[in-house]
Write a protein that binds this ligand. Structure first.
Ligand code: MN
Ligand code: MN
Length: 340
């Protein structure tokens, strides 16, 4: 089973200039062969299928636990794509607060990026690669042979980092850069974890494979804060009480820096997600979002819930910090954020 937290793994920049073409490129990191859906589902199926797991517990715990981190990476890539798509369609035509469909509000994005971001979706991420091809179950490799699966996982993390570097080189949107900077560091940790596992099982010295790809992340500005924080050394344990034996495999030194690897006995703290504004031209969440908000407000009252929405979102948090005037209601705060 998976326990879920309504937080994302790291802070991404707020929406700025929309970049639908960049968002289409970032899709490779979500639904491509080497994307986060692939790492997530590879380790998930390998853990589901793991036979004799008590006898091989440190290896089972390692694979099962990294699978859980990858779910959060899928969420993070989707968040970056959604951030980049925010504002790509108009929120109103002229003086009216409503979008007038007869004025072709989506004409400006015709031929740019992935048309399905606008037609099939509400300016949101899709389980597709950068060519719009759906993520494919054939990307999952789960042979049952531990050495085969672990060497595959090392290769998968290597390919994933290669694609992240290329997307970094192709897309300079701040959300894409922050995303790839973080994922390059975390992917490096997963490469080390699988290399250590293969080393313990076979005696092979895989330290010589590092760094792969041969680009030092310490020189990439968006990687630096995560390296300074020590995230290039840490494997987090994504369970209140399970997967403790991963510490038996994730040990020793980072092959690039020589620093000692660390198991953190809890998930990363993460941050509240931003409440990205409605995009009425694509009916997300509705052609008239304020009506949905009214209905939700009434339902909350009828259910005896607090008047203000209970979930935590980054925007509200920041607004409260910025302003001494306390917003009288969550919907007021949100409509203010949307008016910007
Ligand atoms: Mn990942
Ligand atoms: Mn990974």
């Amino acid at each position: 089973m998976i326990l879920r937290f309504d937080r994302i793994a790291m802070e991404l920049p707020p929406p700025s200039d929309p970049d639908p073409a960049g968002a289409a490129a970032v899709q490779e990191l979500l639904g491509g062969r080497f994307g986060e859906m692939s790492t997530f589902m590879n380790y998930t199926f390998q853990s589901f299928n793991f036979r004799g797991r008590q006898g091989a517990r440190p290896f089972y715990d390692l694979v099962a636990n990294i699978a859980a981190e990858e779910f959060g990476h899928v969420e993070l890539v989707a968040t970056a794509i959604n951030t980049m798509l925010t504002g790509a369609s108009p929120t109103s035509n002229g003086r009216s607060s409503k979008v007038d469909p007869s004025k072709s509000p989506l004409a400006a994005v015709k031929g740019i990026g992935n048309p399905q971001h606008f037609i099939a979706g509400g300016q949101g991420a899709l389980p597709q690669d950068s060519n719009g091809r759906p993520w494919n179950g054939d990307y999952v490799f789960s042979s049952g042979d531990l050495v085969e699966d672990l060497t595959h996982n090392f290769f998968l993390e290597t390919g994933a980092r290669n694609n992240k570097l290329k997307v970094y080189e192709m897309v300079d949107h701040p959300a894409a850069r922050a995303l790839t900077g973080y994922l390059l560091v975390r992917g490096g940790v997963h490469q080390i974890a699988y290399a250590r596992a293969v080393e313990y099982l076979t005696g092979a010295d895989l330290r010589k494979l590092f760094p792969t790809p041969r680009i030092p992340t310490s020189k990439i500005p968006e990687c630096k804060p995560h390296i300074q924080r020590g995230d290039h050394l840490r494997l987090y344990r994504f369970s209140p009480s399970d997967y403790k034996e991963l510490a038996a495999v994730f040990s020793g030194a980072n092959p690039e820096t020589g620093e000692e690897l660390v198991v953190v006995d809890e998930p990363p703290e993460g941050v509240p997600p931003r409440d990205l504004p409605p995009q009425p031209a694509v009916f997300s969440p509705d052609f008239a979002p304020e009506e949905v908000a009214e209905i939700a407000k009434k339902l909350r009252e009828m259910a005896g819930l607090p008047k203000e929405a209970t979930g935590m979102v980054a925007d509200l948090h920041e607004q409260t910090k910025r302003s001494t005037r306390k917003a009288t209601s969550r919907s007021k705060a949100n409509s203010k954020a949307r008016a910007k």
